[in-house]
Ligand binder design. Structure first.
Ligand SMILES: C[S@@+](CC[C@H](N)C(=O)[O-])C[C@H]1O[C@@H](n2cnc3c(N)ncnc32)[C@H](O)[C@@H]1O
Length: 239
């Protein structure tokens, strides 16, 4: 498979909750046709600078001023059965620290769909994973990841890995992402979420999932952790 960067399609027939649309940046909503193209040339500068700049200009939508450490990335994917996993979707990939660890371990036949909303960060992902045949970098909104997977003929994924700042999403957008994950993850699969606020949102994820394990990651800037969630039990009752 040729690695590619794919422009999101104009709105499809599947309506999104208003709050999910509201989470999409106003300029993109106003355009009404999805996101702008990533920069033609690969963005220059180290990953930490691209993240810092994105954080300073976009704040809550980026949520972290630095890319995840290798320790964080490894903790997020720890326990995945790489011999079996054939499809994984990553939401909010940033500059690609998680993607890089997946690429290192994934089966050659696995499909890794990597979604990022920010065009500059997406440009970095495209450049970084150009030589990785099983990675498909998509410039798009993670609230629409069900449509993004469907357009690629992927009805089910083994795992959903999220670097999204989900706690700061409007509840309806968060519900949409978690509901889509629940419908999309195959039996035995997991929803995995990064955080740089250790354990603070444990109760939030417990509202959605029967089984939530937290793994602390001290060696990250700032220290953080990951939630590994199973057994979706419906949209959050407490909005
Ligand atoms: C905390 S950063 C994590 C980046 C990377 N996964 C890491 O671990 O370093 C959150 C990322 O989610 C992206 N993001 C935020 N909202 C998004 C959305 N609706 N769809 C796709 N990506 C989104 C941001 O642009 C940013 O790159």
């Amino acid at each position: 498979m040729t690695p590619s960067i794919v422009q999101p399609q104009p709105a499809t027939s599947v309506p999104l909750p208003p709050a999910a649309t509201a989470h999409t940046p106003p300029d993109l909503v106003a355009a009404g046709k999805g996101n702008p193209a990533p920069p033609a040339a690969a963005p220059k500068g180290p990953d930490w600078w691209l993240m810092m700049r994105a954080f300073l200009t976009q704040g809550k939508r980026i949520a972290s001023f630095a890319p995840s450490s290798r320790f964080m990335a490894r903790k997020l994917i720890d326990g995945i059965d790489w011999a079996q996993a054939r499809s994984i979707v990553e939401l909010g990939a940033g500059t690609g620290p998680i993607t890089a660890e997946m690429v290192r371990l994934a089966h050659p036949k696995a499909r890794l769909v990597v979604i990022e909303l920010d065009p500059v960060l997406c440009g970095r992902l495209q450049a970084r994973f150009r030589e990785s045949p099983n990675v498909e970098v998509v410039l798009g909104d993670a609230t629409k990841f069900g449509e993004i997977l469907a357009a690629r003929g992927i009805p089910k994924v083994d795992h959903v890995l999220s670097g999204l700042p989900l706690p700061s999403f409007p509840a309806a957008a968060r519900d949409a992402i978690l509901e889509t994950s629940a419908k999309t993850i195959s039996a035995g699969g997991t929803f995995r979420q990064l955080t740089v606020m250790p354990l603070i949102y444990y109760k939030l994820y417990r509202r959605y999932f029967e089984d939530v394990r937290f793994r602390f990651v001290p060696f990250n800037l700032p220290p953080g952790g990951v939630y590994v969630c199973r057994g979706y039990r419906g949209a959050s009752p407490a909005k």
